[in-house]
Design a protein around this ligand. Structure first.
Ligand code: MG
Ligand code: MG
Length: 261
């Protein structure tokens, strides 16, 4: 299967239902060869240990959102079935919820990342050019600085970052396009780059596309063990909220089973 066919997954994952501008960011980045899903998938297939970073606290409550954790779980389940050791390092806002499902979930203060780990950040706040962290609406947030891990390891070829708005770790690699296409882009855009970046209409979708790429490259259906509604219910029951709606809802970024809320 050629990279071209696998990359088709990215086009589906970047449907921009909320009109945030991420489709424009994606299409311009893709056209100029700045986004690929094949290379990150190949890097993951060669890894022994994968560290997944996840968790975005939503202002003003600081409660964690449903975008990110589901993608992290989908990827973790797929990679474990491929024989990889997968651990999750979670922001405090999603730590308890993820521990309900994934035993190897740790807080930033309780774990160190090895030089050999492949690191995947999914919907992790990335500091802006002024060193602070912002929501898509420009509100200040106070996440655990998981993006420190990306900053420490970028350049190694082992950092993969997923985002859907431009304020996430890794999106610094597309900062010029985020400033150009995303509302409040200059203020909220992350300045944290990554070796490989993947965008999506939601970050969960981009993570699912990455698992789709892994499936294609291994000729195995690695998505079949992941039931999104089942895990969404667990995240909901653990207190996570929809980040766009700002309240508890069985949805992700205001999208419920494919329809806008
Ligand atoms: Mg986001
Ligand atoms: Mg999102």
């Amino acid at each position: 299967m050629s990279g071209y066919h696998v990359d088709a997954l990215l086009h589906v994952a970047n449907l921009d239902l909320r009109g945030r501008g991420i489709w424009r960011v994606f299409s311009e980045a893709y056209a100029t060869g700045r986004i690929s899903i094949t290379r990150p998938a190949e890097i993951l297939l060669n890894a022994n240990t994968v560290t997944v970073l996840v968790g975005f606290p939503i202002p003003p409550s600081g409660i964690g959102e449903t975008d990110g954790p589901l993608g992290a779980l989908c990827l973790a389940i797929a990679l474990e079935s491929l024989g990889k050791y997968v651990r999750i390092i979670a922001d405090k806002s999603v730590l308890k919820a993820l521990r309900e499902v994934w035993e190897n979930t740790f807080s930033l203060s309780n774990v160190s990342v090895s030089e050999k780990d492949v690191i995947v950040a999914i919907e992790v706040p990335g500091r802006s050019k002024d060193g602070r962290y912002y929501s898509m609406r420009g509100a200040l947030i106070s996440p655990d600085p998981l993006d420190d891990i990306i900053l420490k390891h970028v350049g190694s070829g082992r950092t993969v970052c997923i985002g859907d708005g431009g304020n996430e770790a890794g999106m610094g690699s597309l900062r010029d396009l985020i400033v150009k296409h995303v509302p409040l882009g200059d203020k909220i855009a992350s300045s944290v780059p990554a070796d490989h970046v993947i965008t999506g209409g939601t970050s969960n979708w981009a993570a699912y596309a990455l698992v789709g790429a892994l499936s294609t490259l291994t000729s195995r259906n690695l998505l079949k063990e992941f039931n999104e509604q089942y895990y969404l219910r667990i995240m909901y029951d653990s207190g996570l909220i929809d980040g766009v709606l700002g309240r508890k809802s069985l949805s992700v970024d205001g999208i419920h089973k494919g329809t806008l809320q």
